[in-house]
Design a protein around this ligand. Structure first.
Ligand code: NCD
Length: 307
């Protein structure tokens, strides 16, 4: 996505957040429209926030996630064609297969929004991470993150969040470091970095120089394996978090393996030294506004889009 398109969506996210603080003035820009959610993988935040986002814009929501006909042998494309034939206006898809949303988009005229496809992309998560960081760093004016360094830590290999967040943050000018052990951050991951990015094996070195740390869940369900020293070397423990710079931000897309990749009191901010802050719940709140912006972008005529 171009920097201009990204900034347009982030600007619209800001307007959605501003509306959220005036609950009396309901937005009805998608009144009469219907959004379908088709999730073939577990989801709390993404599915729930897409549904809330649609409702807050006046659209109806139908969830097809439990009516999983693929378990009966139906292809994803056929499921999407079936949902589309019912007359929905947009379809949000999540699948464990990389490329599933592109496949779904090819099967219907309706806009398809990618709610996460395998290890590939999670575009609205990348958007919400970018907005949340801009807000925390006082960079909402122009959405310019230049001069900031962000460490994305842990299971980068299996993370669609890492790919989408790195793309968004780098487009806005941030430098990104990928931090983790060789099996979870192989050299080939350099491909998602620009010339300002780096791979770092030493989390202790990274925490002292970055402005934000984005911790990732170890994705055991995608085959990730970790050494017994993982917590010791790569968790954002209370002790390690104390070495974060003044004003540094802690992020995690959730769900979290608490105690393994992050300590509970780091995630909730209570164990952080003064000046550092946890953005974990702010990420969730911004997620609803980002999905409102994305739905309106796709359905409200700002421009054609398949994020
Ligand atoms: C992420 C996902 O599903 O990719 N979660 C989310 O959408 N908030 C990250 C994860 O599952 O670890």
């Amino acid at each position: 996505m171009s920097g201009d398109a990204l900034r347009t969506l982030l600007g619209s996210t800001g307007r959605m957040l501003a509306h959220a603080s005036h609950p009396g003035e309901a937005l009805e820009t998608l009144a009469g429209r219907t959004v379908a959610t088709v999730f073939f993988e577990n989801s709390t935040r993404t599915r729930g926030s897409f549904a809330l986002a649609a409702q807050r814009l006046g659209a109806g929501v139908v969830d097809f996630s439990n009516a999983n006909s693929t378990a009966k042998g139906e292809s994803l494309a056929d499921t999407v064609r079936t949902v589309s034939a019912m007359g929905v206006d947009a379809i949000v898809v999540r699948s464990s297969r990389s490329g599933a949303s592109a496949c779904a988009a090819a099967a219907t005229e309706a806009p398809v929004l990618n709610g996460g496809d395998g290890c590939h992309e999670h575009p609205t998560q990348g958007l919400l991470d970018a907005y949340t960081l801009c807000e925390a760093m006082g960079r909402l004016d122009g959405f310019d993150l230049s001069g900031l360094r962000v460490a994305i830590v842990g299971d980068v290999l299996h993370s669609r969040v890492a790919r989408s967040a790195a793309a968004a943050l780098q487009t806005l000018g941030a430098a990104v470091e990928l931090v983790g052990p060789g099996p979870l951050v192989p050299e080939a991951m350099r491909a998602i970095l620009n010339e300002h990015g780096a791979i770092e094996r030493d989390l202790d070195a990274a925490v002292e120089r970055v402005d934000a740390v984005m911790m990732l869940r170890v994705q055991f369900e995608r085959g990730a394996a970790v050494a017994s020293t993982y917590r010791e070397r790569y968790a954002l423990t209370r002790e390690r978090a104390h070495r974060l710079r003044e004003g540094a931000a802690v992020m995690h897309p959730g769900p979290m393996n608490v105690g393994m990749e992050i300590d509970a009191e780091v995630a909730d901010g209570s164990g952080l030294a003064s000046g550092a802050r946890s953005l974990v719940l702010r990420q969730v709140a911004v997620g609803v506004a980002v999905r409102m912006a994305a739905l309106e972008w796709c359905l409200g005529g700002v421009g054609a889009c398949r994020p």
